[in-house]
Design a protein around this ligand. Structure first.
Ligand SMILES: Nc1nc2c(c(=O)[nH]1)N[C@H]1C(S)=C(S)[C@@H](COP(=O)(O)OP(=O)(O)OC[C@H]3O[C@@H](n4cnc5c(=O)[nH]c(N)nc54)[C@H](O)[C@@H]3O)O[C@H]1N2
Ligand SMILES: Nc1nc2c(c(=O)[nH]1)N[C@H]1C(S)=C(S)[C@@H](COP(=O)(O)OP(=O)(O)OC[C@H]3O[C@@H](n4cnc5c(=O)[nH]c(N)nc54)[C@H](O)[C@@H]3O)O[C@H]1N2
Ligand SMILES: [Mo]
Length: 754
C-alpha cells in the first residue's frame, strides 16, 4: 500500500481526508513499528523479541505472581485514546477490563471529555447521551474551547469542518468562537471572543442571566419535558455580565449582545470542547452549554444540538408518549485509595494514577496494563508518573510502539497494522452530524506472524479470568450489565496460555452475550426472541465482523434478523463500500431520556452543590504578573504518537511556547530564544514564539512531545523530541465532579533561559 485517498462517494466525508489519514501508508510501513512481542530483561532494561506464546506465558506468570500475593485489586489498567477508533476497543476491551476484577481503572477520558459525560449523565440520565451540533442545518454556532479546523471535530464527527462552517455563513448564519487564542477556527468565524482561560462557566452563566433578565427563555418543543429550569434561572442571578467581565475579559455589552443573538436565532447550537472540559469548572461549564441549548429551545431540535446515533445505535427504550423508566445516574460508587476521589463511569481520575502506585500502603497498585495509551506523556505531573511506572512489580503494554510509557513494560504486545483489520467506527459514528454506516474490510492480508488486537485482548481476558476469582464480593464488574465471556470455554492450555481454539470459543461467547443482551433489552427489535435461532443466522468472516453484524441487526436501523426486511446488516455494508446514508439526525426526546422523572433534569443537585466554588471566583481580577498556560493541537499530530511518521514530523519546530508581545517584553524573553517555564510542580525549557495570536496573559504549548527518552524506539520522533508540557500540569488540580485534570489554565512563570 503506497497511497491513501479520500472517498468522494462517501456521504459524510465527500472525499475529505485529513493529513493524518493521507499519511496512513507511512504509518503502516513504519520500520519502528513493533511486529513481534517484546519482553524486558529487568536487570538490563533491554527489550528483546519473543514468540507470542512466550509473551503470553510471561503475562500469565507476572500477573499470577502479583494477584497470587495481593489479589486483583492491586492491578491497574489505563486505556488510551485510540481505543475509541479501533473495533477491538469497542468490542473486546470491555470484557478484558471486567476480567481484571479491579477498581483501578483509568483512561484518557479524565484528561478529556469526562465533564461532558457527567453533565449529560445528570441531566439526561445516561452519560453516553452527548448531543452534537447539527452543523448542516444550524444558523448560529457558538463554539467554545474547540478548534475543529485543526482537530477535525471532537465529540462531533463532521469531516471537512471548515467547509461546514463556511456553509453556515453562506446560508446567512453566524459562527462565534470563544477561545483565548486566535485559532485557525477563529479566523474562519464571523466573530472571535478571546476569553481568560478557565472562565467559561462564569461567562455562560452570564448569558443565562441575560436570558432570564430580558425574558428571552423559550423552551419550545421541550416545554413540559424539562424540570428545574426555574431554579437554574435563579442560580444565574449573581452572574451578571458586569460581574463576570473582569474574570472573563469579555465586555458586558458583548455578552448581552451574544445572549440576544443566541435567543433570536431560529436555529442555534452552543458547542464546547477541550477548552471547556479540561478546566477547573469542567462539569459546570459542560452543564451550562446544555442549559443554554435547552433554554433557547435548541436542544434536540434540527439545527440545534441533537443526539447522534451510529448506524449500530440502540433503539430508544421508552416508546414516545410513555413516562420515563430511568434509574438516573451518579458517581462515587467507590473512591480512590489515596485522595478519596469518587469513581466516575467505573473509573478513577488518571491524575491519581501516580500516587496510587507510589504511595505505600495496603492496596497500592503493583501491576499495570496500558492499552493504546501513553500516559507518561499525556497525563498530569508526568514527572511523578514516569518515576512511579518504574516502581511497578509488573507492567504490560498493548501498543505498536516502544514509547515513553511502554518502555517500562515487562511485556509489550503489538497489535497488527490497522490495515490488516476491518474498521467500523463505533464511537465516532455515534457522534456524527449525520447517520452514515461504513465498514472497511481489511485492506491487507493478515501478517502470519502478527496478531490482531482482538486476538491479543481475548488471550489477556482468558488469562485474567483464570487468575481472578469471579465470586469476589468487592468485584465492581458485578454491577455492570454484561456477563461477557461467561458463555465461553475459558479453557487455557496446560502452560496457562490459551490456544487458538479457546480464543475462538471466547470470541463466540462475546457474540452470544451480545445476542442475550439484545433479546432482553427494552425497545429492542429482537426483544424476547430465541438466542439460538438468532445465533444461527449471524454473519461475518471474523469475530469483529460477527459482533458488528449482531450490533447492526439488533440496533435501531437493523433488520432484526429478518423481522424488518431491508434493515441494516453486515452484508448491507459490504455491498455498499462507500457507506450507507441513513439521513439527518432526528429528535429523540423524551424517548431516549433515562432520568427517573422521564424529563430533562436541568438542575441536578451535584452541580448546584459545586456552585459555591464558582461564586468564589466571581469578580476575581487576574493578577497581571501571572501568566496562564493553555495547550494547542497541530494539524499534523495526534496526541503523542504520530510524531514518528516522517510526513507528520517534517517542517519547522512546532513545540514552541506562544507568548504575547506584551508578555514577552515584560518577561524579557525573545522570539526564537529559549525560555524557562515553571509551574507549581515542574519546570522545562522551550523555544519562544512571540505572537499576538494568544491573548495577553496567556502562553500556549502543545502536548504529546518529550520524545527521545532512553529505552524508546521511535527514531523519527527522537529526532524532533520537543518538551513534555505535562511536567507542568498539576495533578492536584481537578474538576471535582468529573475528576478531570486541569490542562488548560495553569499558572506559570516564564523567564529567559540560561
Ligand atoms: N497538556 C495536555 N495533555 C493532554 C491533552 C491536552 O490537550 N493537553 N489532551 C488529552 C487528550 S484529549 C487525550 S485523548 C489524551 C491522549 O492520551 P493517550 O491516549 O494516553 O495518548 P496518545 O498519545 O493518544 O497515545 C496513544 C497510544 O496508543 C498507541 N496506539 C496507536 N494505535 C493503536 C492501536 O490501534 N492499538 C493499540 N493498542 N495502541 C495503539 C500509540 O502508539 C500510543 O502509545 O491526552 C491528553 N493529554
Ligand atoms: N490534529 C489533531 N487533531 C486531533 C488531535 C490532535 O492531537 N491533533 N487530538 C484529538 C483528540 S484526542 C481530541 S480530544 C480532540 C480535541 O479537539 P478540540 O477540543 O477541538 O481541540 P483543541 O485543540 O484541544 O481545542 C481546544 C481549544 O480550547 C482553547 N482553550 C484553552 N483554554 C480555554 C478556555 O479556558 N476557554 C476556552 N473557551 N477555550 C480554551 C484552546 O486555545 C484550543 O483552541 O482533537 C482530536 N483531533
Ligand atoms: Mo482526546
Amino acid at each position: 500500500m503506497r497511497t491513501a485517498r479520500g472517498d468522494a462517494q462517501h456521504p459524510l466525508s465527500r472525499g475529505f481526508i485529513c493529513p493524518k489519514g493521507a499519511s496512513f501508508p507511512q504509518l503502516v510501513n513504519d520500520p519502528d513499528r513493533l511486529r513481534r512481542p517484546l519482553v524486558r530483561d529487568r536487570a538490563t532494561g533491554e527489550h528483546r523479541e519473543v514468540s507470542w506464546d512466550e509473551a503470553f506465558a510471561a503475562v500469565r506468570a507476572g500477573l499470577s505472581r502479583v494477584v497470587g500475593a495481593h489479589g486483583p485489586a492491586v492491578v491497574g489498567l489505563y486505556s488510551g485514546n485510540p481505543n475509541a477508533h479501533t473495533m477491538a476497543g469497542g468490542q473486546h476491551l470491555p470484557a478484558f477490563v471486567r476480567s481484571l476484577r479491579t477498581r483501578g481503572r483509568f483512561s484518557a477520558s479524565t484528561v478529556d471529555q469526562m465533564p461532558m459525560h457527567v453533565a449529560c449523565g445528570l441531566v439526561f440520565g445516561h452519560p453516553g447521551l452527548i448531543p452534537v451540533p447539527d452543523l448542516d442545518r444550524t444558523g448560529y454556532l457558538l463554539m467554545l474551547g474547540a478548534n475543529p479546523a485543526v482537530s477535525n471535530g471532537s465529540l462531533c464527527t463532521a469531516p471537512d469542518f471548515p467547509g461546514r462552517l463556511a456553509a453556515i455563513r453562506e446560508r446567512g448564519g453566524k459562527v462565534v468562537v470563544v477561545d483565548p487564542r486566535r485559532t485557525r477556527t477563529a479566523t474562519l468565524a464571523d466573530e472571535h471572543l478571546p476569553i481568560r482561560p478557565g472562565s467559561d462557566a462564569l461567562w455562560l452563566f452570564a448569558i443565562v442571566n441575560v436570558l432570564a433578565a430580558e425574558g428571552l427563555v423559550k423552551l419550545g418543543r421541550l416545554a413540559g419535558q424539562v424540570t428545574g429550569a426555574e431554579r437554574v434561572l435563579e442560580l444565574a442571578a449573581p452572574f451578571t455580565p458586569e460581574a463576570v467581565e473582569a474574570a472573563c475579559g469579555i465586555p458586558a455589552e458583548t455578552t448581552r449582545r451574544i445572549a440576544r443573538e443566541l435567543a433570536a436565532a431560529p436555529r442555534a447550537a452552543v458547542y464546547g470542547r477541550m477548552g471547556t472540559t479540561t478546566v477547573e469548572f469542567g462539569a459546570t461549564t459542560s452543564w451550562l452549554t446544555l442549559v443554554l441549548n435547552v433554554l433557547t429551545g435548541n436542544l434536540d431540535s434540527p439545527g440545534g444540538m441533537m443526539f447522534g446515533r451510529g448506524a449500530h445505535g440502540r433503539a430508544d427504550r421508552v416508546p414516545p408518549g410513555q413516562p420515563g423508566t430511568g434509574r438516573g445516574w451518579g458517581t462515587g460508587r467507590w473512591h480512590s485509595r489515596v485522595r478519596r476521589l469518587p469513581e466516575v463511569m467505573g473509573e478513577l481520575p488518571v491524575a491519581t494514577l501516580a500516587e496510587e502506585i507510589d504511595t505505600p500502603g495496603e492496596g497500592r497498585l503493583r501491576a499495570l496494563f496500558t492499552v493504546a495509551g501513553n500516559p507518561a506523556l499525556s497525563t498530569p505531573d508526568s514527572g511523578r508518573l514516569a518515576a512511579a511506572l518504574t516502581q511497578l512489580d509488573f507492567m504490560v503494554s498493548v501498543d505498536p510502539y516502544l514509547n515513553e510509557t511502554s518502555r517500562n513494560a515487562d511485556v509489550v504486545l503489538p497489535p497488527t497494522d490497522s490495515a490488516r483489520v476491518g474498521h467500523y467506527d463505533f464511537s465516532l459514528g455515534a457522534l456524527a452530524v449525520r447517520t452514515v454506516a461504513t465498514y472497511s474490510p481489511p485492506v491487507l492480508p493478515p501478517d502470519p506472524t502478527g496478531m490482531a488486537e482482538h486476538d491479543i485482548l481475548a488471550r489477556l481476558t482468558l488469562i485474567a479470568q483464570a487468575l481472578t476469582d469471579p465470586s469476589d464480593p468487592s468485584d465492581p464488574s458485578a454491577s455492570t450489565a454484561s456477563t461477557a465471556g461467561s458463555g465461553g470455554s475459558g479453557e487455557a492450555a496446560a502452560d496457562g496460555v490459551p490456544d487458538q481454539a479457546a480464543v475462538d470459543a471466547f470470541h463466540e461467547s462475546l457474540v452470544l452475550d451480545a445476542l442475550r443482551r439484545a433479546v432482553g433489552e427494552r425497545g429492542s427489535p429482537v426483544l424476547g426472541r430465541d438466542v439460538a435461532e438468532l445465533h444461527a443466522q449471524v454473519d461475518g468472516a471474523s469475530a469483529p465482523e460477527r459482533l458488528l453484524d449482531v450490533a447492526l441487526r439488533t440496533g435501531h436501523f437493523g433488520d432484526a434478523f429478518g423481522a424488518r426486511p431491508g434493515g441494516l446488516r453486515l452484508s448491507t455494508l459490504l455491498a455498499n463500500p462507500h457507506g450507507v446514508d441513513l439521513g439527518p439526525l432526528e429528535p429523540r426526546v423524551p424517548a431516549l431520556l433515562r432520568t427517573p422523572s422521564g424529563t430533562i433534569e436541568l438542575c441536578p443537585e451535584p452541580v448546584v452543590a459545586d456552585l459555591d466554588r464558582l461564586r468564589t471566583v466571581l469578580g476575581a481580577r487576574p493578577a497581571t504578573s501571572e501568566l496562564t498556560l493553555i495547550g494547542r493541537r497541530h494539524l499534523r499530530t495526534n496526541n503523542s504518537w504520530m510524531h514518528n511518521v516522517p510526513a507528520m514530523a517534517k517542517g519547522r519546530n512546532r513545540c514552541t511556547l506562544l507568548v504575547h508581545p506584551r508578555d514577552a517584553d515584560r518577561s524579557g524573553v525573545r522570539d526564537g530564544e529559549p525560555a524557562r517555564v515553571t509551574s507549581a510542580v515542574g519546570s522545562l525549557e522551550v523555544t519562544v514564539q512571540v505572537s499576538d495570536e494568544v491573548m495577553a496573559g496567556v502562553v500556549c504549548l502543545p502536548h504529546g512531545w518529550g520524545h527521545g527518552l532512553a529505552g524508546t524506539r521511535m527514531s523519527v520522533a527522537a529526532a524532533h523530541p520537543g518538551v513534555n508540557t505535562n511536567v507542568l500540569t498539576d495533578a492536584s488540580r481537578l474538576d471535582p465532579l468529573s475528576g478531570t485534570a486541569v490542562l488548560n489554565g495553569i499558572p506559570v512563570r516564564v523567564t529567559p533561559a540560561g
